[in-house]
Design a protein around this ligand. Sequence first.
Ligand SMILES: *[C@@H]1O[C@H](CO)[C@@H](O)[C@H](O)[C@H]1NC(C)=O
Length: 326
Amino acid sequence: MKLHGSLAAVAAAVTTFFEVAQAHCYIYSVYVNGVDSGTFSGIRTPAYNGPPPYGFANGPVKDLDSIDLRCNVMGDRQVPHTIQVTPGDNLTMEWHHDARTSTDDIIASSHHGPAMVYISPDPPTENSFVKIWEEGKFAQGEGPRAPGKWATTADIAGNGGKMNVRIPKGLKAGFYLIRAEMVGLHEAEVSYKKNPIRGAQFYPNCIQIEVLGDGDVSLPEGVSFPGAYKWDDPGIIYDVYCSTKTTTTAPCTTTYQVPGPTVWSGAWPDTPSVELGAMTGVTKVTSWNTWISKSVVTSASAGKVLGTSTYQAQWSSTYHAPTPTA
Ligand SMILES: *[C@@H]1O[C@H](CO)[C@@H](O)[C@H](O)[C@H]1NC(C)=O
């Protein structure tokens, strides 16, 4: 009985091992006016962290009703550092796939889709996420079934993983979360709800910021995560490989509507790419002996599974200062 139990656990771990091998992308660092805050500083890094030697290996969130859509897995857990900003500051988020290096591919080249940035007071409340930037499809592809040019693959990946946003003018001082997101539409011609092995892939990532200064602008009502995206949203069920030039008789949509609300009128219309100073911090994640996949926490040592437990997000309704590390 005992032996069977542990064999089952090992089998489960092997399944996880293969799943995490398809690592995707998350934010490695945030620059404030071109100054690097340091690798993983202030970022609630998603913890789809895999068994050694992979370390963090975040898979996509695909269930629109899951709490993980808010700030990814373990997005409810504070990190020690909070990035201080003032209204008007230019932030550059640096996304990567495997490592914080110039040769990293940022996001798999097939993962065409939109990218969005939201801001919410920390902790989020009902309808507190306000969209401050978005980018979808910006050019139609040439020829049959050409995917076109997209925010994730052509812009962000084409610019070394850099995603720019600016802290809204006059924003009231306080603690906020920036929720930045990349979406892969390469399997989005059908919803995850209808076919769980396909569907749009979401890569949300949250950053802890403290806005300083004497601003008097409050955020308007926004949206909730989960809740903001619906299973039949035209921006969530979308065939990126469809094109007007296919020979099929089925009409294709060539325009693309980014999911979620419109960008808040108080957000900056331009998000400049500022000159960046030297990067600071490690280039790779350290591998952990504990990882989370599909809400199961697995602990291992020397290749042996020690135990599993269930992960459940626990969002506080009040702000608590994070515990600093030495
Ligand atoms: C942000 O970028 C804009 C446009 O380049 C610039 O005018 C502004 O001074 C920058 N903000 C800060 C705080 O450097």
